[in-house]
Design a protein around this ligand. Sequence first.
Ligand code: 13P
Length: 334
Amino acid sequence: MQNAQPLVKTANALVAPGKGILAADESTSTIGARFAALGVENVERNRRDYREMLVSAAGASEFISGVILYDETLRQNCADGTPFVELLEERGIIPGIKVDTRAHPLAGAPGEVVTEGLDGLRDRMAEYYEIGARFAKWRAVIAIGPHLPSSYCIEVNAHALARYAALAQEAGLVPIIEPEVLMDGDHGIDRCYDVTQDALREVYSQLAAQRVMLEGTLLKCNMVLSGKEASNRAEQEEVAERTVDCLMRNVPAAVPGIAFLSGGQGDDEATDNLRTINIRGKEVGAPWQLTFSFARALQSTPLQIWAANGGAPLPAQKAFYHRASQTAAARNAA
Ligand code: 13P
């Protein structure tokens, strides 16, 4: 790697105290599904207006260090012609880019998926750097079921995450490494703990084998939770204890920060868990910043308000500011 310093600086800026990341990198089909539920047409102009509403919200940059964008938005201009990247830079927010090309069925493993996107990735990331991105994201998806996940699924996904991470660092982009263990299912919290642990062990083994410099990376992972349909879901205190314990055992101290995904938790549930996790992390002397990289838990309410007000930005921006301030306060809890 040519120069590690900018990567370390960016990674630390993304998880700076009081701040976290907004994930606004929904693919065109994912944002389309969210729009459709609210009667909004999935056309480029609406996608632009909605995302412009978010990133231009007054005061949001007090809490948001970086925004993960989808390819379309990274190349897009705001309504007044200013490139999105320029607007973010003016506001002191670091532009990031989702670079995987989604999870696809994994051959020979019914019900499991592997994230693709390595072909041509070196050139794509060089271009993203030129456009102004300074960090990247790749999401691996691991489902829990009666016989899932297989070690095969965990291994191939971790291998791909490490290949991506090494290429991202070569391109000057901080890789956000995201092995997401899904909360779908009726499993208990112990099962989520075990699967998250298996995934993290394999990921850090692959990152070491593939010479990734951990100081210039961030981990984005799930909280350790009971399945969404579990009969007796674990309470906040247990979630915090199990999450921090799992991370302490499996994530090297060289990693500057861990930014949680919200994963389908309600807005308040995700925020409350983040608060308790931070309190627990401080109690046990966790060596990393523990912050957020939420999509749904930051966006659901503002999106509903935006749609209900015919795309008027102000009411939705107030809601976004409120959610971002609550989440940042939780991330600072001691
Ligand atoms: P959620 O917070 O909605 O889980 O999304 C985070 C994300 O970026 C998933 O890759």
